[in-house]
Write a protein that binds this ligand. Structure first.
Ligand SMILES: Nc1ncnc2c1ncn2[C@@H]1O[C@H](COP(=O)(O)OP(=O)(O)OP(=O)(O)O)[C@@H](O)[C@H]1O
Ligand SMILES: N[C@@H](Cc1ccc(O)cc1)C(=O)O
Length: 493
């Protein structure tokens, strides 16, 4: 199991609830069947491919801790990869929230590794499966979701997936190869509603029903665990595995997809698909279908990090900004840094080892967390956003030499959604009361106690201020600190 600290300030059920005004460094303790596949098979999926694919991606992924289970015969898969053949793989996501979260990124990182090495990747958004509800890893039934909400989720997650592969490729290119034309794979987005909407129940039962064995369905963990517990299981949830199995069959048959990737909680659904394909054998030419699962990221209390547990860190920019995600990774526990560098970045093991050496010597400097935060932010939000977030973080946490212009500072704060506004005609006491959400007398008390600092040079101010000039950057921007934990950046109009 991998562990993510519970980062409650970035976590929510759809809205960004990062406090816009409270920024503090949290010290490390706070968060805590089988046919032999022939390499000479000549389906479209196995054309000759460029050299970049000759590395065995699977071995690299294993070294990175990105592989939990691989379906048998694993050696066939390894042979296929070693033969430098192009492979097509898919991962599905159900539209049960507005945004992807960091847990979803783990299987998507597997796809990204294959993609940048020239393999083709497909994502399936569960427009159909999302209506039914996957019981995998859940103790209880899902809440009902209205069609229009699900539809909006399909839309936003589709955009996020597209952006993930676009930004991921740019990030990879930026770090690895700037020579131009690259043998990258092809990215194909799919929505399973598009094939499920035309399937008639009678036809489905007649054509596929006998190939789906009830004993196997009952034996899958997602079903058996619920049947053993007090919590009952709806017929919709019971049948979910059939839908996902058919998706894999459909993609295998129609689009030459031969590997399904998912979190380890998806093992039952993925193997249901492999069983269905093997029973139906739509074509001998395509070779054995495979499943690869990734380990589940869990919280310190062992819960899967995701939507159901209510602890997801969402990556939609309208929910969490680049700066929020930077802060999340900057606050990674020391014990998790190396693991996350392997999972969430494309840094080589040499690069990771060398930063970890520095990190172990002086953990308080946070070399590892800084690199991790910068890399992941660049990968998710676009190359450059990691450095911007680091710059802003340095300003907020007091490592700022004053060289940044007010214009740049405003731009960074605006993007991070933390820029405050105030009237130059107002006084400091009123400003403290507004920003600190306290009474005027409490604001005066904070001032007289010496807990207010202005300007990047941290001038301690104990009296009210009406003349702002001496404290402003370029006569426009005020940095105000309240105690050691709160920093506000305010544009004074
Ligand atoms: N914490 C996690 N670690 C690794 N993989 C994860 C994690 N959370 C989700 N995934 C994987 O992401 C893919 C998409 O999952 P899905 O959209 O259903 O998200 P989810 O958070 O698991 O949702 P829910 O909690 O509603 O079941 C699946 O393969 C799933 O296993
Ligand atoms: N069942 C997956 C999502 C999914 C949907 C359709 C698929 O074909 C594959 C995966 C999940 O809940 O995480």
């Amino acid at each position: 199991m991998l562990e993510l600290r519970n980062c409650s300030h970035l976590v929510n059920s759809g809205k960004r609830i990062v406090p816009l005004v409270t920024h503090y460094r949290i010290n490390a303790k706070v968060w805590h069947k089988t046919r032999l596949y022939s390499c000479t098979t000549s389906s479209s999926e196995t054309q000759e491919t460029p050299n970049s694919r000759s590395n065995n991606v699977l071995d690299e992924l294993k070294q990175r801790g990105l592989v939990c289970q691989v379906s048998q015969p694993e050696n066939d898969l390894r042979m296929r990869l070693n033969c430098n053949k192009k492979i097509k793989l898919y991962c599905g996501v159900d539209p049960t929230a507005q945004s992807l979260h960091l847990g979803n990124l783990v299987p998507l990182m597997v796809l990204l590794h294959f993609y940048v090495k020239g393999h083709d990747v497909v994502t399936v958004i569960g427009g159909a499966t999302g209506k039914v509800g996957d019981p995998s890893g859940r103790k209880t039934e899902r809440d009902f979701m209205k069609n229009d909400i699900r539809q909006n989720n399909v839309q936003s997650i589709s955009e996020q997936l597209e952006r993930f592969f676009q930004n991921g490729l740019k990030y990879y290119t930026d770090r690895h190869d700037k020579r131009g034309v690259e043998p990258y794979g092809k990215y194909t987005p799919r929505n399973n509603y598009n094939w499920w909407k035309d399937i008639k129940m009678l036809d489905f039962l007649a054509d596929f029903g006998k190939h789906i064995r009830v004993q196997s369905m009952l034996a899958r963990d997602s079903v058996s665990s619920r049947l053993e517990s007090q919590n009952s299981l709806g017929f919709n949830e019971f049948t979910y595995q059939i839908l996902q199995a058919y998706d894999f069959y459909h993609l295998y048959k129609e689009e030459n997809v031969s590997i399904q990737v998912g979190g380890n909680d998806q093992w039952g659904n993925i193997t249901a698909g492999i069983d269905l394909i093997n029973r139906l054998q739509p074509t001998q030419k395509k070779g054995v279908p495979f499943g690869v699962t990734v380990p589940l990221l869990t919280t310190a209390t062992g819960e899967k990090f995701g939507k159901s547990a209510g602890n997801a860190v969402f990556i939609d920019p309208s929910i969490n900004t680049a700066y929020d995600v930077y802060q999340f990774f900057f606050n990674t526990l020391d014990a998790d840094v190396s693991k996350f560098l392997k999972i969430f970045t494309f840094l080589s093991s040499n690069e990771i080892n060398s930063v970890m050496e520095m990190h172990i010597k002086s953990p308080n400097i946070r070399h590892g967390q800084t690199l991790l935060a910068k890399e992941v932010t660049d990968m998710l939000y676009g190359v450059g956003s990691g450095t911007d977030s680091e710059t802003l973080s340095n300003v907020i946490f007091g490592h700022y030499d004053g060289t940044l212009s007010a214009a740049k500072l405003k731009e960074l704060c605006h993007k991070a959604k933390i820029l405050q506004h105030a009237d130059k005609k107002g006084n400091l006491v009123k400003l403290i009361s507004k920003l600190g959400d306290c009474s005027i007398s409490e604001a005066k008390r904070k001032l007289s106690q010496g807990s207010i600092y202005l300007h990047h040079s941290r001038i301690k101010v104990k009296e009210d201020v009406v003349e702002w000039g001496p404290y402003l950057i370029d006569d426009q921007v005020l940095i105000l600190r309240m105690g050691k934990q709160k920093c506000f950046i305010i544009e004074m109009h």
